[in-house]
Design a protein around this ligand. Structure first.
Ligand SMILES: Cc1ncc(C[n+]2csc(CCOP(=O)(O)OP(=O)(O)O)c2C)c(N)n1
Ligand SMILES: [Mg+2]
Length: 897
């Protein structure tokens, strides 16, 4: 028996099978497919109950999910849309090729957009609404490296000039008119809304955007509408954990405002995505399993007659058996190859195409290139209720590039087409560019009044305006509360001991009570609300639950019970820092995307922040997010018991690298208050595109009152906490600096120094070494460029100038943190920095601070050592400190153990 017989004879009783199929068809015709589905489920259920082992099969045949008879018909002029698409294709190609003929290796991609042009066009022409008076607008996440195609469309619409197309990837020389390589709101703030090119970040952001839109609706902050989020991604991109990692959330919460479009061109950068399998089938299973509506758009209309004739299912079987690597080869090698290697496998399929020429076989299109199939899929997607939709569209990478790249493994990076390839492209898409001009690869614009442009404009008018477009400011004006609203935390705590985490949560509670801003606060946790003492919010403002609380919580009789509510304000994202961050980004950009200013607080273990989800944090900077990230239980020695994986000593280095993040490591409750108030004012009231990172600790101690006049210093990063006054003659003096809880060790060190060595100290609290550094470099740069002007004095230099003695800084972070200000020490002031370099470990705070050499004894010792170097005390004094404070000189460097 050959292989075909094998398949066809698996059926033990074909007549019986036929009867069942006919009955089912009768049900479909009479009562519809849903009824048929119900009956099938019942039968499967009965068989299982009878003991049958029926493995779950989440995939369907390798054909389109929507049968031709069920396809919604596309309105509009398909021929015209094809013309427009060819012009977009041409201009997208031209901008990349022209860019790469210039010196400078500017790069760019042709093949990806070539594969997805139809997927975008159908959306732009028929589905995606811009924000307007009538509609809040859809949101599209574009595949990052398809940007040339989006620019090419805007060029035809007259939004981008020819000069700008020639400034693709020339954002410096372009002086604000250059076009970003990829979608970057930071660089094109009126155009791109969401950064996507770091693979995986688009999909996870899209899911949490969709959740956040429902949140805004359920909380009554926005009306319920049919607005949608469309997220495009590559099939290769789905390998990123972020791409698929949150899809079950979308299924669980029934996010029917979300549509994923996966451009399955079967290739990624190096080669096939699943050469030995089928990516579309794999993804269908994964998404269906997660509760998504999966729509496969595998085959274009030219296949319909063949499939209609496939009564025995041989073609379908062949389609299923063929792996992606082989499909890719068929498109790369053409019609004759496909006849031989694909259809030739079985006599029935060979016969099917006997009457087709090789060219006809070549023209058998993939679904993602057929606007009618794509339209039908989009139509179903936007009309699907109660679940998100994924569209799995099969396409050809480098479509139209011919032998220069179509379906070829290296095509991803093909950016320099030679003359033949350009000619082929022109001919294939019938672009009216003459032979003489071809060498320049000129842009082609049919004219403002051409039927093509008029058609495009009419379509966009009907859909509310141009896309992409980004809103810079929200129309909703809000006023931040004054500092006087925070007296509860600017006042000292007296004998009571609290942590900065508690101060922060109190600050949030005060903001929650604010008439204007209160409802716009979005507390976000990744299953750590209790860790940070926020469980009071559960009852007070509720945990967001899209379908409400369907059970009586176990702790219902408690004061602070676990209250879930459809109108809940806390976003509880479960154990997913990436999810919490993506939710925060959605809330933090809501001012732009939904014209709704929100002030999110994402509170997490600081160790699981910037280092774990740093790429999202970077994207948040790009997209001009506004909100507070709170690194809880921060500090290498302050989070005492948890050990190496938990104790953070470097998140500030990471946050400090993001240009528009303001990072703070406060010690006292009033510092937290001042930072909170100022951040709220800047982000919500002034609408500045910055976001805040504040580390808070879990160590309890008493907090003093807000001293007079220190607000500016707190915000700029440093103020005098204790002035030792003018030193007496011969009195050794040091400048002690510190941040976070280690400032308290610094304060204690000052006492030791005075008591044991007669050394006095000015004490500086430094809530932001990172801000001090930025200010310092800014002044230094300005001075270099303005040599004849009065020279600026960096803030930190100004504070320390005229003070005596060496400066010693200590923090709960690695040395680089406090070392950031070394360049701005006044001339002649020695600077010693202590920090917590090395792996954390579990022990008491006291032991850890001894181990990392940041406790009061080590600080006092470092101060004496610095004074000795300055000739202000003797080496003997230093040795005495070592002895008195029982420091072990042979102790290994904590970095190494
Ligand atoms: C996180 C990350 N890793 C790697 C890359 C580099 N990169 C850009 S495109 C690409 C291949 C994309 O393949 P696919 O997702 O299938 O998209 P296609 O171009 O085929 O549509 C890679 C590896 C990136 N942009 N982001
Ligand atoms: Mg791909």
């Amino acid at each position: 028996m050959d292989q075909l017989d094998d398949i066809l004879h698996q059926d033990l009783d074909p007549t019986e099978t036929q009867e069942w199929v006919e009955s089912l068809n009768a049900v479909i015709n009479h009562d519809g497919t849903e009824r048929a589905h119900y009956l099938l489920e019942k039968m499967v259920d009965s068989t299982r109950r009878a003991g049958g082992y029926l493995p779950f099969n989440p995939t369907t045949e390798y054909v389109n999910t929507i049968s031709p008879a069920n396809e919604a018909k596309m309105s509009g002029d398909a021929a015209m849309e094809w013309r427009i698409r060819t012009l977009i294709r041409w201009n997208a190609m031209a901008m990349v090729v022209r860019a790469n003929r210039k010196p400078g290796e500017l790069g760019g991609h042709i093949a990806s957009f070539a594969s997805s042009a139809t997927l975008y066009d159908v959306g732009f022409n028929h589905f995606w609404r811009a924000p307007s008076a009538d509609h809040p607008g859809d949101l599209v996440f574009h595949q990052g490296h398809s940007s040339p195609g989006i620019y090419a469309r805007s060029f035809l619409e007259g939004r981008i000039s020819e000069e700008q197309l020639d400034l693709f990837r020339m954002e410096v020389a372009g002086h604000g008119r250059g076009l970003s390589s990829y979608p970057h709101p930071w660089l094109m703030p009126d155009y791109w809304q969401v950064p996507t090119v770091s693979m995986g970040l688009g999909p996870i952001q899209a899911i949490y955007q969709a959740q956040f839109w429902k949140y805004l609706e359920n909380r009554g902050l926005m009306p319920k509408t049919d607005r949608k989020i469309w997220c495009f991604m590559g099939d290769g991109e789905t390998d990123e954990p972020e791409s698929l990692g949150a899809i079950s959330l979308a299924g669980r919460e029934g996010l029917d405002n979300l549509v994923f479009v996966i451009n399955a061109n079967l290739q990624r950068l190096d080669g096939p995505v699943r050469g030995n399998g089928k990516i579309i089938q794999e993804l269908e299973g994964v998404f269906r399993g997660a509760g998504w509506n999966a729509i496969k758009v595998v085959w274009g209309s030219y296949w319909d007659p063949l499939l209609a004739r496939d009564t025995k299912g041989v073609l379908r079987k062949l389609m299923m058996e063929t792996v992606d690597g082989e499909y890719q080869a068929c498109k790369a090698f053409g019609g004759a190859y496909t006849r031989e290697h694909f259809f030739g496998k079985y006599p029935e399929t060979r016969e099917m195409v006997a009457n087709l020429s090789d060219d006809d076989i070549w023209r058998l299109n993939r679904g993602g290139h057929d606007p009618h199939k794509v339209y039908a899929a989009y139509h179903q997607a936007v009309n699907t209720k109660g679940m998100p939709t994924v569209i799995l569209a099969k396409t050809v990478k480098g479509y139209g590039m011919g032998s220069a790249g179509e379906s070829q493994n290296p095509t991803h990076q093909q950016k320099k087409l030679d003359a033949d390839a350009v000619r082929h492209f022109r001919d294939r898409f019938n672009i009216p560019v003459s032979d003489e001009k071809l060498a320049e690869v000129p842009y082609f614009h049919p004219g403002k009044d051409s039927p093509e442009v008029e058609y495009m404009m009419e379509r966009r008018r009907a859909l509310g305006g141009f896309l992409p477009q980004r809103r810079r400011h929200t129309d909703i004006k809000l006023k931040a509360p004054d500092l006087s609203a925070f007296t509860q935390i600017t006042n000292g705590t007296g004998e009571r001991e609290i942590s900065t985490t508690m101060a922060l949560v109190r600050g949030m509670n005060l903001l929650l009570r604010d008439k204007q801003i209160g409802e716009r606060i979005v507390p976000i946790v990744a299953d750590e609300a209790r860790t940070f003492g926020m469980e009071g919010m559960f009852r007070q403002i509720g945990i967001y639950a899209p379908f409400g609380q369907k059970y009586r919580p176990q702790d219902a009789d408690q004061l602070l019970y676990y209250r879930e509510d459809q109108k809940g304000q806390v976003l509880q994202e479960g154990i997913s820092e990436a999810g919490g961050m993506a939710a925060w980004m959605a809330a933090a950009t809501s001012y732009s995307i939904s014209n709704q200013p929100m002030l999110p607080f994402f509170i997490y273990y600081s160790m699981f922040g910037f280092q774990r989800i740093g790429d999202l944090a970077w994207a948040a900077g790009d997209m001009r997010a506004r909100g507070f990230l709170i690194g809880g239980t921060a500090g290498r020695t302050t989070l005492n018991g948890e050990g190496l994986q938990h104790e953070d000593g470097h998140s500030h280095l990471l946050s400090g690298a993001i240009p528009n993040v303001k990072s703070y490591d406060p010690t006292f409750s009033y510092e937290v208050a001042v930072i909170l108030q100022d951040g709220t004012r800047r982000m919500v009231q002034e609408q500045e595109d910055v976001y805040y990172y504040i580390t808070v600790m879990n160590e309890n101690y008493s907090h003093p009152d807000l001293p007079q006049g220190v607000e500016e210093g707190i915000i700029k990063g440093m103020y005098l906490f204790k002035d030792a006054g003018k030193p007496k003659k011969g009195e050794p003096r040091v400048q002690l600096l510190g941040s976070g809880t280690i400032l308290r060790e610094v304060i204690a060190a000052a006492e030791l120094l005075e008591k044991d060595f007669g050394v006095t100290a000015d004490i500086w609290s430094c809530p932001s070494f990172s801000e001090l550094r930025r200010d310092g470099f800014d002044a230094e740069r300005w001075n270099r460029l303005h040599p004849e002007a009065e020279q600026r004095v960096p803030f930190v230099t100004g504070l320390l100038q005229g003070r005596q003695g060496p400066a010693i800084a200590a923090s709960d972070y690695v040395r680089e943190f406090a070392d950031q200000i070394r360049a701005f020490m006044p001339d002649g002031m020695r600077y010693t920095v202590l920090g917590t370099d090395g792996f954390g470990r579990s022990d008491t705070r006291e032991h850890l601070r001894g181990f990392f050499e940041v406790d009061r004894y080590w600080i006092a010792h470092a101060a004496l050592a610095a004074l000795a170097k300055d000739g202000k005390v003797n080496a003997k004094d230093v040795a005495r400190a070592i002895k008195t404070y029982k420091l072990d000189p042979e102790k290994p460097n904590p970095l190494t153990v």
